[in-house]
Design a protein. Structure first.
Lengths: 734, 229
């Protein structure tokens, strides 16, 4: 198809546009677009780039706070961490490509999010991820798991940024649509942040990095469509990553920024040269003119359409100070990267593209961005699930058998097989890596530490989107607090099904509303994020998964503590629970699913005030040196958290269940806002709790033998628990 | 104590090694870009870990042909000390400064975990001078190709000649000591003159002060003080 061909609605439809959107393009342009122009419209108006279904609700999220330097709308969010430094971070999905080609899909997901962070002038210091795979017994799961993990490691290990944390769940709803979300955190000087808005008509527009090929053409549109059996034939639309070039590009860009030559910069991520040029020009209220014949290409005879829609990796677009052009060129030559002036900033508010000395595209920028469709999609919440009582769920199975089944279940078993494939130590500032609560990285050459984590409990969100949205934020908040760090801000990745279906739209509305409420209550504003919709295969939607990535700060990393029990003879307390508690919330729990074989039911409710108060107490107990180990209670409940503290520690625990009530409810209930603490001085801790008017119940003490004893039941040794915990994934993967 | 650290495109442990050396010696190492063909006189050249040239072709193969490596070969030929860590070890093998090769881990996966090493009885070497034979060190590894491979004759001759410097020994009874299938559990070797050493574990990541182990500091201190004498 030549660029001059007359486009029709059927062409637009193939690019994922609706009839109304096609009509809107005709109206805005006053003529029929050519192929290149239509491709640009369809990419910019794709769900992936325009957030057209979610924007209305995203606007309700709290995005401001004293700590916020830059909220949503830039390449990444920026948060003040004191002493003239800023944390720059964002999470992004690469779900569809990773299902089609797991290694490259995951690798380029990591590469893309790293570019978002160093584009802002920040040196990346940590990577995290949130992964969802299908049923662990599904035939495709081992292939997808091994490919995604190798891809994440392949990129992060090579570029030399530690992968310090993440989370992985398995559920049949992801059998045909896995989730791969990657988060990057970087460090910048708070007065040296770089933005994307183009400045100064006449200034040169420079293309740097790798050459443009035919890979990933129209990937953003693919990522905005449902899956079908034929999707796997779309493998050529998956981009191919090159972490080595990514490393060179990162070093060159950071060197160039230090040389004070960059005016504005934008990475070429989704929709490649299209979104980068359109966003830079429109944010600056200016225009841009690009000669596509000057774009470095690695394949012959690429059309204007292909060049504009290619998602080849490791490329950047920037506007530089004209007088610094030679300095800039020398830096890129040092790193053996392409450096090519391809156009200039204009004041026309139009995007003009030349190809073969002819105008290949000449369109106004406003409709592409400002007039992009925004939908108020109808939604109809499903009826809330009934509350399931302990009596409906509890099974008459010995406690140690339940513990074995739980610890070796797909969702609770050790992720060591996964995270040992990630270099979690490079940069030599990792204080605590994967496998614990939040990870912590030291701010290089300072006393400060940054705690980072990702969290979401999809089964809660499915059962009750509003409570589930709140819970994702609170679980992250607990994970950060359990390290002693103060939670600062979040990035979110909203993974849902088709928003044109009313029940799915209701999930989005509920989850975003709940998330917003929790972020406001906990003073952790949302500073960046990503939306991934149409996560469906042949009409079957995923369990909704609004992932929270959170960061927190601790003034002295030496004061942080882990979950592992350190010393015998210390009192063990559960914060957020009273001594009268003799049952727990089993509905929608891991116990309900794994032991009672029942999914659904109302999830535990989330008390935001209790979360804030209890988190504050735990941070104080750590800062004052009262607590020596902390674990938050989440999936699997109290006994799983206790087992994790023994498995990670140097000593054991003896705990006593209540005299009456439900043993399984008490052990495996998933009531929120709770932590287990091992404390050095019980009196001091009791006084601290009393001062905060917070309930905490003493459940036992640490013992020198490395085993877990519950009441009068026979002790279970650490070795046995570790074997239960670590064997399932290696056994699956062979 | 003068040291130099080489930097190739794709090196990613250069800063970590620089920080470690500076903390031990109080003196910042010279950083040498791969295109430089001259090396100022130093007591030791350290080739850090990473993915030089993206590990393309073979790990270390392209870096081994860089101008800076010619200067390192020259330095070594005059009896100069060299330490290669991880990718640096791979590069030393590719230049022929050390014998044998490193192939893909036997598990066919990247591996990042703590290992325990035992210092072996070796020929005279300044690099291990303060570490008694049998000293155990907990130092992490992180690599894809750390599986040392050589034919039986070469392995025998390395053992008999006292060129095996470090071996993996049991750290966690529930796991294999050797993380990568390395022949005869070899983690590090010496050149025949005892002045060039290559090792897979990363001592710069075991410096105490927030790291899980301090044994890397102990190891590097021995190396740096040994070559300065």
């Amino acid at each position: 198809m030549s660029n001059a061909s007359e486009m029709s609605f059927s062409d637009a439809e193939q690019m994922g546009l609706s009839f109304e959107e096609w009509q809107l393009i005709l109206t805005r342009l006053g003529r029929t677009p050519n192929l290149c122009e239509l491709g640009i419209f369809s990419a910019m108006w794709s769900e992936h780039c325009s957030y057209k279904s979610s924007k209305k609700w995203l606007k309700t999220l709290p995005t401001e706070g004293a700590q916020v330097i830059q909220g949503p709308g830039e390449n990444a969010g920026v948060v003040d961490i004191g002493d003239g430094l800023a944390a720059v971070f964002k999470i992004e999905s690469h779900n569809h490509p990773s299902f089609i080609e797991p290694y490259q899909g995951a690798a380029t997901g990591v590469g893309g999010i790293l570019r978002d962070v160093f584009t802002m002038g920040a040196r990346p210091i940590a990577l995290l991820n949130a992964l969802r795979f299908g049923d662990i017994a599904h035939e495709k799961t081992p292939h997808l798991l091994s490919g995604v993990v190798a891809g994440i490691g392949g990129y992060g290990n090579c570029i030399g940024i530690p992968t310090v944390g993440g989370e992985v769940n398995f559920h049949s709803s992801y059998n045909g649509n896995i989730l791969v979300n990657a988060m990057a955190v970087g460090l910048a000087h708070s007065d040296r942040i770089f933005y994307s808005a183009a400045t100064g008509a006449g200034n040169p527009v420079i293309y740097v990095g790798a050459k443009t090929g035919r890979d990933g053409i129209h990937g953003a549109t693919m990522a905005s469509a449902e899956f079908s059996d034929e999707t796997e034939s779309k493998r050529p639309t998956v981009q191919v990553g090159d972490p080595f070039t990514g490393k060179l590009l990162m070093e060159a860009c950071l060197e160039l920024m230090a040389a004070d030559a960059v005016l504005s910069i934008q990475d070429m991520g989704a929709a490649g040269l299209t979104s980068s040029s359109v966003e830079m020009a429109s944010k600056g209220g200016l225009g841009m003119e690009i000669d596509l014949d000057l774009v470095p290409v690695r394949e012959e005879a690429m059309s204007a359409y292909e060049i504009m829609l290619s998602e080849s990796q490791e490329r950047m677009l920037m506007v530089i100070k004209p007088e610094q052009a030679e300095t800039a060129r020398a830096i890129f030559e040092k790193w053996d990267l392409d450096f090519m002036p391809i156009g200039k900033v204009t004041d026309t508010q139009r995007l003009v593209l030349l190809k073969d000395a002819q105008i290949a595209c000449d369109i106004p920028l406003a409709p592409l961005v400002d007039d992009a469709p925004e939908y108020d999609r109808p939604y109809r919440p499903e009826e809330l699930q009934p509350v399931l009582s302990t009596a409906q769920l509890e099974k008459d199975i010995p406690l140690d058998e339940v513990l074995e089944k739980m610890l070796s279940s797909a969702d609770l078993s050790s992720r060591r097989w996964i995270y040992e494939q990630y270099d979690s130590d490079v940069m030599a500032d990792t204080i605590s890596g994967p496998g614990g609560n939040a990870a912590m990285v030291r701010i290089h050459n300072t006393d400060k530490g940054l705690a980072v984590c990702t969290d979401c409990t999809p089964r809660y969100v499915e059962a009750d989107p509003f409570e589930g949205g709140k819970q994702a934020v609170c679980e992250a908040y607990r994970n950060i607090s359990a390290t002693g760090a103060k939670p600062l801000a979040v990035t979110n990745n909203l993974n849902f099904g088709n928003p044109e279906k009313q029940d799915i739209m209701a999930q989005i509305v509920g989850a975003v509303t709940g998330m917003g409420k929790a972020c406001k209550a906990l003073d952790t504003p949302v500073v960046s994020g990503n939306v991934s919709l149409y996560n469906e295969t042949d009409g079957m939607a995923i369990q909704p998964c609004p992932v929270i990535g959170m960061i927190g700060i601790i003034d002295d990393w030496r004061t942080t503590i882990g979950a592992g029990l350190q010393q015998a003879g210390q009192a063990l307390y559960v914060v957020g629970q009273s001594d009268k508690t003799n049952d727990g919330w089993l509905g929608c729990s891991v116990y309900a699913r794994e032991i009672a074989r029942r999914e659904g039911g109302a999830p535990p409710s989330v008390d935001l005030e209790a979360e804030a108060k209890n988190g504050q107490l735990v941070r104080e107990a750590i800062a004052k040196g009262i607590a020596s180990s902390v674990q938050d209670i989440s999936d699997g409940g109290l006994l799983i958290a206790m087992a994790e503290m023994v498995m990670a520690g140097q000593c054991g625990a003896k705990i006593t269940p209540p005299d009456s009530g439900s043993l399984h409810g008490w052990a495996f209930g998933e009531d929120q806002a709770r932590y287990i603490l091992a404390v050095r001085d019980a009196g001091e801790f009791a006084a601290l709790c009393a001062g905060h008017q917070i309930e905490a119940v003493r459940i036992g003490e640490t013992i020198s033998k490395t085993e877990l004893t519950v009441g009068d039941l026979p002790p279970i040794s650490k070795e046995v628990m570790v074997a239960w915990h670590t064997s399932p994934i290696p056994a699956l993967m062979g | 104590m003068r040291s130099a650290i080489l930097i190739f495109p794709g090196s990613n442990c250069d800063r970590d090694m620089m920080v470690a050396v500076e903390r031990i010696t109080g003196r910042r190492p010279a950083l040498v870009w791969h295109k430089e063909s001259q090396l100022d006189p130093v007591d030791i050249v350290i080739i850090p870990g990473g993915f030089s040239f993206g590990d393309y072709l073979r790990c270390g193969a392209l870096a081994a042909r860089a101008p800076a490596m010619e200067a390192v070969i020259d330095h070594a030929s005059r009896g100069g000390a060299v330490l290669g860590v991880c990718n640096g070890f791979q590069i030393l093998l590719e230049t022929g400064l050390l014998p044998g090769t490193l192939v893909r881990n036997s598990g066919l996966k990247f591996v990042c975990r703590e290992t325990r090493l035992a210092v072996q009885e070796t020929i005279e070497t300044p690099l291990l001078s303060d570490l008694a034979t049998g000293t155990e060190l907990v130092i992490p590894v992180a690599h894809n190709e750390g599986n040392y491979f050589a034919d039986a004759a070469l392995l025998d001759s390395l053992e008999q000649g006292g060129q095996v410097a470090l071996r993996y020994v049991e750290n966690d009874p529930a796991r294999a000591a050797n993380p990568n299938g390395s022949a005869r559990d070899i983690a590090g070797i010496l050149s025949a003159n005892g002045r060039v050493m290559g090792m897979m574990p990363h001592p710069e990541r075991a410096m105490g002060n927030g790291h899980a182990s301090e044994d890397g500091r102990k190891f590097l201190t021995s190396v740096l003080e040994g070559v300065a004498r």
